[in-house]
Every structure is written in structure tokens, then in C-alpha cells.
Write a protein of this length. Structure first.
Length: 234
């Protein structure tokens, strides 16, 4: 008699709203167990979802810009094994601000949240991911240096390009790692961050993004892809 397959587990960092919350819903609908995080003040919606999940959704609180909270999360999950770690944290600044305009404090805020903190999470939680698992970070098509032909959203673009570079360095340091590494570009989506004029709805982006993640399972090395599975130029 064939043994039943183990239920897969995904840890979604930054899942309290927008794309992250939609990812939690999508993975639950596909039969995964989900551990979803948000900052302490933003997990109410996740907790409501957890109440209807039949125990499949666990909610954790963490602010990934605070290293001691990341370390505490690592401690709480130290006995768990993950099939996927996906870091979805991100902020943007005033779209009109250029490098000539942005304050140092605002520049640091965006860079720490979008580039440094996701990589700290990945470094800390990598040992929990199964050798056949996936580690993913939510990047953006705007992180592509090659595709930057209009120069808008400078600080946000720079933070995502930095994330991409740090992830490439991480992949190079772990060249013999059997895990799949992904940088994900979900498209321009109508969320609080994407705004009401964005081209895609959450329903048009997220299911296809999850299809893309699943299609890359087992492919070692680092892949920078959009929600349709197309390679994004560096």
C-alpha cells in the first residue's frame, strides 16, 4: 500500500495584505499548510483566515527590519521543515522622488526593508528549508537594470536591483545547494502598493505566479522570472 504524501508547508513572510495575503489564500486552496507572517499590528486579517482554514494556516508576527525578531522567529520554527520560504516584504517611497530629491532617512528605509531585511531572513531561515525545497524573494520587473529605459521610481528600482544582486551573491556562495532559488516579478498589480491604475488584478497575477513557482520546483540555481514564467533580464 502506498503511503500518503506529506502535506507541503510554505512559510510566507509579509502576508498580512496585498500579494502576500493572496499568496496565503492560494496556497491554502492548493492543499498546503501555510505559516504566514505580518507585523504585530497587521495580522488581524490573517487571523480571521486562520479561523476558517481548518488548522492549515498558522500566523506568526515578525518585523523583518528588526534582527532580534527574525532571530526569535527562527527559534520558534527551529523544529519545522519547510518546502518553501517566500519573502514578500516591501515598501515604496514617493514615486516622484529621484536620487537627487530623496532624504537619506527615506533612502535607508526603502533599502533596509526591500533589500537588506529579506536577505537577512533568507540567511537565517535557509536551514529550515528542505534540500529539495524552494527559497523565493518577491522582486519586481523594475529591479531589472536592462529594462530601465525611463528612469522612473528610482529609489524603489534601486532597492529591487540591490535585492537581485544580493540574491545572486547568495546563490554564488551556495553554488552546490540543491534548493531552487527564485526572484519573482508579479507584474504591476492593483494593490495598495501598486495603486488603482495597475494593469493586473490580484486574481490575474497570483495563481499564475504560484504556477510558475511550482513549475520551477526542483530546478537548482537562481531564476529571475515573472508571473508567467518568462525570464526577466538582469
Amino acid at each position: 500500500m502506498q503511503r500518503p504524501s506529506r502535506q507541503k508547508t510554505a512559510l510566507l513572510i509579509g502576508a498580512s495584505r496585498g500579494l502576500g495575503f493572496a499568496l496565503a489564500e492560494q496556497y491554502l486552496s492548493r492543499g498546503w499548510r501555510v505559516i504566514a507572517t505580518g507585523r504585530e499590528s497587521s495580522t488581524e486579517r490573517l487571523r480571521h483566515l486562520s479561523e476558517t482554514s481548518g488548522g492549515a494556516l498558522e500566523v506568526e508576527t515578525v518585523d523583518i527590519t528588526l534582527p532580534h525578531q527574525v532571530a526569535a522567529l527562527r527559534g520558534r520554527l527551529q523544529d519545522r521543515r519547510l518546502d518553501m520560504l517566500l519573502v514578500n516584504a516591501g515598501v515604496k517611497n514617493d514615486d516622484r522622488e529621484t536620487i537627487a530629491d530623496v532624504s537619506t532617512d527615506e533612502f535607508v528605509r526603502v533599502m533596509v526593508t526591500n533589500a537588506l531585511s529579506p536577505m537577512r531572513v533568507i540567511e537565517a531561515l535557509r536551514p529550515l528549508v528542505e534540500p529539495t525545497g524552494t527559497i523565493a524573494a518577491m522582486s519586481s520587473g523594475q529591479g531589472s537594470v536592462a529594462n530601465n529605459v525611463n528612469g522612473n521610481y528610482e529609489v524603489y528600482r534601486g532597492s529591487k536591483a540591490a535585492l537581485n544582486m544580493f540574491m545572486r551573491s547568495f546563490a554564488a556562495r551556495h553554488a552546490d545547494d540543491s534548493r531552487t532559488l527564485l526572484l519573482l516579478a508579479p507584474g504591476w498589480v492593483r494593490t495598495d502598493m501598486g495603486g488603482p491604475n495597475a494593469r493586473l488584478s490580484i486574481e490575474e497575477s497570483i495563481p499564475k505566479l504560484v504556477d510558475t513557482i511550482e513549475a520551477h520546483a526542483g530546478r537548482t540555481g537562481l531564476h529571475y522570472v515573472d508571473y508567467l514564467g518568462r525570464v526577466v533580464p538582469w
